[in-house]
Design a protein around this ligand. Structure first.
Ligand code: F6P
Length: 549
C-alpha cells in the first residue's frame, strides 16, 4: 500500500501549510470576531474549542479529506465490529463492548460478547456492593477499610487515575491504594498504611506473569500470611486476569477471579474488571455512569460526520501539528487537581499505542507517528515548565481541560479558588496564542518604570512570540460520566491517528525487549563473580552495583 504521504490529500495539505504557516494565529482572531464559534464543537455540556490552532475552514476540509482518504469510516466499523485489527496479535480491540450500555450484540469470532461482559459486570456489582456494605469481611470478621490494587501499566494507571479524579464520590470508609513499581518503596509504603485484618488485595494483571506485579503480589501475600496464616488468602485476595491457570497457581480461586478477555488491550481496560477498585470505591452505580459517558462518545464517534466529530477533529489537528508543523509533543494540562494523573494515563494510552515505527505493511514508516505526551495539573505547571512553553525554542501544542464547577467548595468567598483557577486556565491559552509584541512590552515598561535606562535591553526578554496552538475543553463538572466521555474522546483520537499513520495502535512489542534483557541480567546479580558478558558499560554498572550492595 502506498504511504499516505504520496496521496493527493497529503499534497494539498503540504501546499496549504506553505500558505498558512507564515500567518499568526492572532491575525485569524483579529479578522474574525466569531472565530471561536466557528471552530468549536459541543457534546452536551462539553465544549471543545479548537479555535486557537493555526487552522481555517480550508485546513479542516483538507484534514477531513485526509481522514476520508485513509478510509477512516471503514476502520471505525472494523473497530466496532470486532475485527482483528490488532493483526500482529490476531486480536480485536473491543473496549467499546465493555461499556456497550445499549447491550446490542457485538460479535467476536461470530459470538456475541455481551453476555460475558454483563456476567462479569454483575459479578463486579455483587462483589463491590458486598465489600462496601461489610457483608464480605476479612478472615477475622472485620470490614475492609483498604483496597490495594497491585498492577502496572493499564492494570494500574486507569483505576488509579479514576479513583483520584473521583475522590469526592469515594466511600469514605475505604481507602484505595495503588502499588505498581517493583521498587520496594511502593509495596512498603502501601503495607505501612494497612492492617492485615482489614485489607483486600486485588492482583490485577491481564497476563498474570508481569514481573513487577507478581513480585509485589507474593510480597503482599507473605505479609498477610505472616500475620493471619495461609487460610486468610481466600478472604483477602482477588485476581483480575485472563490467565485462570496462573491465578489458581497463585492461590486465588475462580470464585475470587474476575475475568477479562484478550480482545481488551491493557491500556484500554479500566472499563473491564480492571476497574474493580473503582467500583468498590465509588460504587457500581457511579462506575456505570463512567461507562455511560464513554458509551455516549462511542456512539458519537461512530455516527457523527467528521466535521461534527470531536475525536476525529482532535486527532486531525494533532496530525496537522505533528506531520506538517513538526510539533512532536503534546502537553496535557488539566486545570483540576483531581485530574493530575490524567497526563500519566494518557502517556500509556497514546505513547504505547502510537509509539511505532513500522507500518501495517511491515515497512518502516516515512512520517512521524505518536507524539511525546506529558503534562501536569494547572496551575502547578505554570510554576514548573510554562516558561519553556511560552518562550522556548520548541512549540508545544497544549490541551487545556477544566470543569467549570469545582468538587470542593472551600475558602472565604464562594468558589474564589475555582475562579482563580479558571482565570489562569483561560489566560494561559490566550497568552500562548496572542503573545506580547515588543511594542506592547515597551509601552508597559514606559508606563510602569520611572527609570527607563536599559529599557531596550530588557524588552526582548519580556516579549512573547505567541502563535502557539492549543485546544480547550470545558465542561460543567468532573463526574463519572464527564470523565468517561473525556477518556473515550482521547482513546478514539489515538485510534484515528494510528489509522492515518497506518500503524497498529493495539500491540506493544516495544516493551518486550527491555524485559527480556532484564531477565538475563537478574541472575548476574545473584552471584559475586565479576560480570563480563555484556558491553563494557553494562558490565561496569552491574559490577559497581554488586560492589555497592
Ligand atoms: O507495558 C506493557 C504492558 O503489557 C501493558 O500493555 C500492560 O497494561 C502492562 O504491561 C501490564 O500488563 P498485565 O496487565 O498483563 O500485567
Amino acid at each position: 500500500m502506498t504511504s499516505i504521504i504520496h496521496s493527493k490529500s497529503w499534497d494539498l495539505l503540504k501546499k496549504h501549510y506553505e500558505q498558512i504557516s507564515p500567518q499568526h494565529i492572532r491575525d485569524f482572531f483579529n479578522h474574525d470576531a466569531r472565530r471561536s464559534d466557528k471552530f468549536s464543537l459541543k457534546f452536551d455540556d462539553l465544549l471543545f474549542d479548537f479555535s486557537k490552532n493555526k487552522i481555517t475552514e480550508e485546513t479542516l476540509a483538507l484534514l477531513y479529506g485526509l481522514a476520508k482518504q485513509s478510509e477512516l469510516k471503514s476502520w471505525i466499523s472494523k473497530l466496532f465490529n470486532g475485527e482483528k485489527i490488532n493483526f500482529t496479535e490476531k486480536r480485536a480491540a473491543l473496549h467499546v463492548a465493555l461499556r456497550n450500555r445499549s447491550n446490542a450484540p457485538i460479535l467476536f469470532d461470530g459470538k456475541d460478547v455481551m453476555p460475558s461482559v454483563n456476567r462479569v459486570l454483575n459479578k463486579i456489582h455483587f462483589f463491590s456492593d458486598s465489600i462496601r456494605s461489610g457483608e464480605l469481611k476479612g478472615f477475622t470478621g472485620k470490614k475492609f477499610t483498604a483496597v490495594v490494587n497491585i498492577g502496572i501499566g493499564g492494570s494500574d494507571l486507569g483505576p488509579a487515575m479514576v479513583c483520584h479524579a473521583l475522590k469526592s464520590y469515594g466511600e469514605k470508609s475505604i481507602k484505595p491504594i495503588f502499588v505498581s513499581n517493583v521498587d520496594g518503596y511502593d509495596i512498603a509504603q502501601a503495607l505501612d498504611q494497612c492492617d492485615p485484618e482489614t485489607t483486600l488485595f486485588i492482583v490485577a494483571s491481564k497476563t498474570f506473569t508481569t514481573q513487577e506485579t507478581m513480585t509485589n503480589a507474593f510480597t503482599a501475600r507473605k505479609w498477610l500470611t505472616d500475620s493471619l496464616g495461609i487460610d486468610a488468602v481466600k478472604n483477602h485476595f482477588v485476581a483480575i486476569s485472563t490467565n485462570e491457570a496462573a491465578v489458581t497457581a497463585f492461590g486465588i480461586s475462580p470464585e475470587n477471579t474476575f475475568e477479562f478477555w484478550d480482545w481488551v488491550g491493557g491500556r484500554y481496560s479500566l472499563w473491564s474488571s480492571i476497574g474493580l477498585s473503582i467500583a468498590i470505591y465509588i460504587g457500581m452505580d457511579q462506575f456505570e455512569n463512567l461507562l455511560d459517558g464513554a458509551h455516549e462518545i462511542d456512539n458519537h464517534f461512530r455516527d457523527a460526520p467528521f466535521e461534527e466529530n470531536i475525536p476525529v477533529t482532535l486527532a486531525m489537528i494533532g496530525v496537522w501539528h505533528i506531520n506538517f508543523f513538526g510539533y512532536n509533543t503534546l502537553a496535557v494540562l488539566p486545570y483540576d487537581q483531581g485530574l493530575s494523573l490524567l497526563p500519566s494515563y494518557l502517556q500509556q494510552a497514546d505513547m504505547e499505542s502510537n509509539g511505532k515505527f513500522i507500518g501495517r505493511d511491515g515497512e518502516k514508516v516515512c512520517l512521524h507517528t505518536g507524539p511525546i505526551v506529558w503534562g501536569d495539573a494547572g496551575t502547578n505547571g505554570q510554576h514548573a515548565f510554562y516558561q519553556l512553553i511560552h518562550q522556548g525554542t520548541d512549540i508545544i501544542p497544549t490541551d487545556f481541560i477544566m470543569p467549570a464547577n469545582t468538587q470542593y467548595s472551600v475558602g472565604s468567598e464562594k468558589n474564589q479558588h475555582h475562579k482563580i483557577l479558571f482565570s489562569n486556565y483561560v489566560a494561559q491559552s490566550r497568552a500562548l496564542m496572542f503573545g506580547k509584541t515588543k511594542e506592547k512590552v515597551r509601552a508597559e515598561l514606559v508606563r510602569s518604570q520611572n527609570d527607563v535606562d536599559g529599557l531596550e535591553d530588557i524588552i526582548p526578554h519580556k516579549s512573547f512570540e505567541g502563535d502557539r496552538p492549543s485546544n480547550s475543553f470545558l465542561f460543567k463538572k468532573l463526574t463519572p460520566k464527564s470523565l468517561g466521555r473525556l477518556l473515550a474522546i482521547y482513546e478514539h483520537k489515538i485510534f484515528v491517528q494510528g489509522i492515518i499513520w497506518n500503524i497498529n495502535s493495539f500491540d506493544q512489542w516495544g516493551v518486550e525487549y527491555g524485559k527480556q534483557l532484564a531477565s538475563l541480567i537478574l541472575p548476574e546479580l545473584n552471584n559475586q563473580n565479576e560480570t563480563n558478558g555484556f558491553d563494557s558499560s553494562t558490565n561496569n554498572l552491574i559490577n559497581y552495583f554488586k560492589k555497592s550492595t
